[in-house]
Design a protein around this ligand. Sequence first.
Ligand code: NAP
Length: 315
Amino acid sequence: MSSATITLSNGIAQPVIGLGTWQSSPAEVIAAVKASVKAGYRLIDTASVYQNEEAIGTAIKELIAEGVVKREELFITTKAWTHEIAPGKLEEGIRSALKKLQLEYVDLYLAHIPTAFNNEMTAHIASPVEDIWRQFDAVYKLGLAKAVGVSNWNNDQIARVLALGLTPVHNSQVELHLYFPQHEHVNFCKSHNISVTSYATLGSPGRVNFTLPNGLKPDWAPAPSELEDANVLAAAKKYNKTPAQVLLRYVLDRGFAIIPKSINEARIIENFNVFDFKLTADEISKLEEKKISQRLFLQEFMYGHPEDAFASERK
Ligand code: NAP
């Protein structure tokens, strides 16, 4: 079974479920991509900073060679990291991603972050989002990406680039889950015909294992487990589904795409097996009763940058 789709403002169909791949090593991601496509997934979400584009390219090539799927049935998303959005760098960034992925085009190319840095991420580059978006407009017009969008940008930043009158923002990928429901952002996106993709839909339980390239662990804020939320457990019992499936359905039933990450085949299948039930508006309100709004991904490295998207939220 292939998943349902959302139509982007340029007519491109984006699958509502994709495989997340942050923290998936090259060996893990090859197996995960193959298991997911065989289970019906058609969207794979990666980023240059995940350092697994090459392995994903290998898995896709093998799946196509085996006749499991055709290129045009897949929807591949990747993202430009902070040095690739610096002035004059984006075309080189997307061509490098395409080479690793062994593809002629990606389906969606996102500005991973609105803050440009030098290659080593030691110095801010004060490139305004308008200049970043001019580069996205150019790679879209070259046909290197079928759609373009943003990630971790705030509403004002998106409004500023829409005002340029260039290629519109097709998609916004943001942290969005039961304990960070993002009502204001999604209303803004809806009013501008921008599709929304949720990341950390399960509350990103594995983020605590993240280790920086220098071996250090970031100082993540502790967060309650959404998989153990009492209302989630009650809905899971009612529908004979798992808590993870309820958390995924909560976002799907609000009208957004999801990209749950797993390297475990049983969970990959479980996360796709969500099309046989639906939450009502009352059940969604009940789930939201707990009124928690906690951003998990503070992207601390943006502190002090003139385009820090979360500056107004920082204490
Ligand atoms: P997530 O999808 O909410 O959670 C993934 C974690 O949950 C993994 O540790 C996974 O472990 C576990 N898991 C998966 N399925 C499960 C299930 N059915 N039951 C219990 N646990 C389960 O978090 P995420 O990886 O942070 O976000 C998803 C994707 O969004 C990422 O992989 C990435 O592609 C994207 N993302 C984008 C940004 C951005 O800045 N744009 C930021 C973060 C994430 P196993 O692998 O062991 O199953």
